[in-house]
Design a binder for this molecule. Structure first.
Ligand SMILES: C[S@@+](CC[C@H](N)C(=O)[O-])C[C@H]1O[C@@H](n2cnc3c(N)ncnc32)[C@H](O)[C@@H]1O
Length: 493
């Protein structure tokens, strides 16, 4: 296995980030730009190539760069190299750092070697939740985009579908489709034993980043707007204590949500429908997966109910008519985004390349904007007291004015466009993988083991000899039928 990060494609990827920072932070003096990154130190003499090839040429002082490293050997090498960047006292993971740092950064660059898994997602939640990225900050992520397990594939399926519904997936085949249509699409694929189109699903990585940053502080605490809702405690109590199958009648019975609104909430219970109805997981497997995260599911549900409930509170406070429910929704969205300090993407670039370790890497560059000016404009029309929860028209004399409504709709339309931006195509930069003279041979048992773990047939056939995609698909059909019972790891794993 090659160990160096000094390879031409990695250099190109760094160049993309350097140009992106130069263009998107052009309004800031380099000496004011604060950075946190994984500098890397795989080999003696090749420490912190990211600092040398990106931040040095941009004129960002090394004392403005925090370098994170979780491995002991790499950390020691970085320390010995005495580069003048800031290092933590001891090796530290990104999650620990972002959960505790009191600082804000203009550039956060997370150059991983692996997938966007649970820990990486939690890191994004901490960055957005604790507002560690500055208001015009740039986030760079680099994740592996190959050989995902079935578990990761199902996470991507959820992320991809939710993102497509939000509108990020325009042109990717799903926007405008109903949940039923999407579920049927995956179900057919699953039943005919086809590989999922992983290249499509991997867009979930970008969607996950965008939706996490849109949630802002909501990633770490319940929005104030909800807590000030008169029925907050009552709804929370119901959701947190009742079994899921009794919630529907209890919430409708509470009178806080209109029966027809409950449909909106159910639409968000997409994960279960997607995974179980499409046949990807059995009901038992699904229950097993959500067991530990039931609280998280309840929190999510709680938030959705609150979002719908807040509409009623807004409509009553502003004296809106029943047919103005759309307006109440928009006002709720904007007040919520302001309260949670959402980050909106102002520019996105996406690249991929094959590394010298033969891994497809997915590089996302996103420049954000917290759009404070738009809230100011909104505040001229609607007054909201975050401490009291009171909402009213700023100018009571104009509370029935059509003009005021038009201006509110204009502002909210801008926000909606920002939250549902389509992501651009990923540009493939090339490969620095030098294939070995011959592919490694694996046995049938090893192939079955990889397939059971969810590795797609095409990837196994690409990497190993001697099985063809067709043969591997036949093995997989037998796995599904339960022909091979013994899934113990192969001898060399
Ligand atoms: C891909 S390398 C960085 C390469 C460098 N950015 C470059 O351009 O050459 C990733 C480095 O970050 C470290 N690392 C990976 N995940 C990490 C995490 N979650 N927290 C802290 N360090 C991490 C790895 O040990 C490795 O040294």
């Amino acid at each position: 296995m090659v160990r160096s990060y000094d390879d031409p494609l990695k250099r190109q990827a760094r160049e993309k980030l350097r140009h992106f920072i130069a263009r998107k932070l052009a309004f800031k003096k380099p000496s004011d730009i604060k950075v946190v990154c994984f500098p890397g130190a795989e080999v003696e003499g090749e420490e912190a190539l990211e600092v040398k090839e990106i931040y040095d040429p941009l004129g960002i002082p090394r004392k403005n760069v925090v370098g994170l490293e979780k491995e002991q050997d790499q950390f020691k090498r970085l320390k010995r190299a005495n580069l003048g960047i800031i290092l933590t006292e001891a090796p530290m993971s990104d999650l620990d750092f972002f959960t505790s740092t009191p600082d804000k950064f203009d550039v956060i660059s997370l150059d991983y070697q692996g997938h966007q898994d649970e820990s990486e997602t939690k890191t994004l939640e901490q960055i957005a939740g604790r507002q560690v990225l500055s208001k015009y900050g740039i986030l760079c992520t680099n994740y592996a985009g190959q050989r995902e397990t079935r578990r990761l594939q199902s996470n991507m399926l959820i992320g991809f579908t939710s993102g497509a519904f939000l509108g990020h997936g325009k042109g990717m085949g799903f926007s405008g489709f109903s949940v039923d249509e999407v579920v049927n699409f995956w179900k057919q694929k699953y039943e005919s034993n086809e590989d999922f189109e992983l290249s499509q699903l991997r867009n979930a990585i970008t969607f996950e980043t965008l939706s996490t940053f849109l949630k802002g502080t909501e990633n770490v605490s319940t929005p104030k707007l909800f807590q000030k809702h008169p029925y907050y405690e009552q709804l929370r109590e119901l959701i947190m204590t009742l079994p899921f199958d009794q919630l529907r009648s209890a919430i409708i019975g509470s009178g806080v949500i209109e029966p027809e609104d409950y449909g909106t909430i159910e639409r968000f219970d997409v994960p279960k429908r997607l995974l179980v109805d499409s046949g990807i997981l059995t009901s038992a497997e699904y229950e097993e997966r959500v067991k530990g995260i039931d609280d998280v599911r309840r929190e999510m549900f709680n938030h959705i109910v609150q979002i719908v409930a807040i509409r009623k509170h807004i409509a009553e406070s502003l004296g809106l008519k029943k047919r103005e429910r759309g307006l109440a929704d928009f006002i709720g969205y904007v007040l919520n985004m302001q309260g949670v300090k959402s980050y909106f993407p102002r520019s996105i670039e996406r690249y991929s390349y094959t590394s010298n370790k033969n891994m497809l890497m997915l590089l996302d560059l996103v420049a954000f904007d917290q759009n404070e000016n738009a809230y100011r404009e909104f505040g001229e029309l609607i007054s909201y007291g975050p401490q009291t929860g009171k909402i009213s028209f700023r100018d009571q004399a104009k509370k029935d004015s059509l003009m005021v409504r038009k201006r509110i709709l204009g502002i909210t339309r801008k926000f909606i466009a920002l939250t549902s931006q389509a992501v651009p195509e990923r540009i493939y930069l090339g490969s620095s993988w030098v294939p070995p003279p011959r592919k490694e041979r694996i046995s049938k048992e090893e192939a079955v083991y990889l397939l059971s773990g969810g590795v797609p047939c095409a990837e196994i056939a690409d990497t190993y000899a001697p099985f063809t995609v067709g043969q591997l698909a036949a093995f997989r059909a037998h796995i599904t039928m339960g022909t091979y019972k013994d899934k113990t790891p192969p001898p060399n794993s």
